[in-house]
Design a protein around this ligand. Sequence first.
Ligand SMILES: Nc1ncnc2c1ncn2[C@@H]1O[C@H](COP(=O)(O)OP(=O)(O)OP(=O)(O)O)[C@@H](O)[C@H]1O
Length: 498
Amino acid sequence: MNLITFDCVDKTFRKGFWQKTTILENISFSVQPGEFVILRGENGAGKSTILNLALGLLKPSNGEIKLMERSPKASNSKLQVGVVLQDTQVPPNAKVIELVQLWRSYYTNSLSTEEVLGKVNLKGKEHLDASGLSGGQKQRLYFALALVGNPQLLILDEPTRNLDEKGYEEFWQQIKLSHQAGITILMVTNNQSDWQELESLATREITLHKYSEAPATGQIAENILKSDREARRWRDRTVPRLTSEQNTTKTRETTSNLLPAMGGQLRFEILQLLRTPVFLVMTLALVAFLPLLKQLGIQGDAAIESLVSICGLVLFTVVIDRLGKRVAIERSEKWLKLLKVTCLPPFIHIAAKIITSLLICTVSILVAFILGYWQLGIDASFGLWTNLFLVLIVGVIPFAILGLILGYLLNPKSADSILGLSLIIIPVACGAFTVPMPNYLQDAITLLPFYHYKESILWAAGLDYDQQIFLHLLWLIWATVVFGLIALWSYQREQATQ
Ligand SMILES: Nc1ncnc2c1ncn2[C@@H]1O[C@H](COP(=O)(O)OP(=O)(O)OP(=O)(O)O)[C@@H](O)[C@H]1O
């Protein structure tokens, strides 16, 4: 079994609208269990591109790539893979221990937090803000995250960058132990001092030539440094082999960890939310406008109508803005890239974000209802409040998914402008404010999911609506399915264009 297979792979990048640049052409190689492979080459030759392709972060222009005998885009291909890449970031407001615990929740066979922090000597730094760590400490943290899942394969891109002398020695100590324990390693390094260590460890060296300077034999040249038998003898000298029973356990334990991963991701999102409560405060501030309506003498049906309009607007703002902008920022800050090289399935990432936003929505609706009852004197039955709550919260799900789509497709600046604009256009389109418009525009509006959300809310609130509730609910279900599929596609597309 090959752990990594590249079969006749080409990679071109777009340069401007029309032009394309070829970076890799006809690249074939494989990495087998137990190997320690060095990938070297000049700056810009395409080494990181090869690693990004191997991890499914980029799509090959031609050819086939397999990671652990699966498509590298499938999250379960990374169940036994630990990764340190260049150009990734930890999120702001997350502590070292929280990141390690988050990673632990993804893997069934994970190491304990203590063990993994001990391996990279970050003990005592558990409660520090991860984004505030020094460059070398961050590099140790990335290595810790790579080791957490107890991987069989380590993919490391310039892992010794920024390490001080002590960090460097500790890193190589861990690498030796990992390799002795049978972990396969693919490492990219241009650091000259690494070569001293690599001389005794590496089993194979792959040299990558720049596409434009490649010899007739092709872009890659392989050099065996240690025969298979020699490498195995070296490992056998230092570690006892796994018994067949231990081997079976290891294989059995590599199924995905969906529920704990969902729990871990949710806990992490909620912590992030509580540490940056701007959204919660802003949302509550908007809802707190309700008592003003009392001063204006608004009562009865008009009071319910105002209440549901404000709720709809607040919910829409929360899901579109929070999800869209947050995801766009996470992408540009390369935090998403760090998540994508784990085995976290995309739907868990998407679901955890949506659920946290729905939590903010729930708090806002409850505050609005309490104010409606207390300040505006809305005396509705328990059944009506419940029905209204359910329609408000369930009906906003397609828009939450739409927010995610925008976040995956746009950069933070464009996301900000488009989201800002939509917050004006959509309420007008839904009739929250009366603006004269031609008939054809009014007809076109009935095709928008926003219109169906508004009509469903009016129905739930017992107000005047167009008597087509099943049609509206069907439209919202249809929009959820279609937006859900587009969200998964845009997540994949984002992977392909990073
Ligand atoms: N997403 C991208 N879009 C366009 N060009 C890209 C993209 N990613 C990489 N490149 C180009 O591909 C080439 C190879 O880049 P890559 O980072 O793989 O090289 P490298 O061998 O890892 O370099 P280094 O040793 O400096 O890290 C570079 O010319 C780079 O500009």
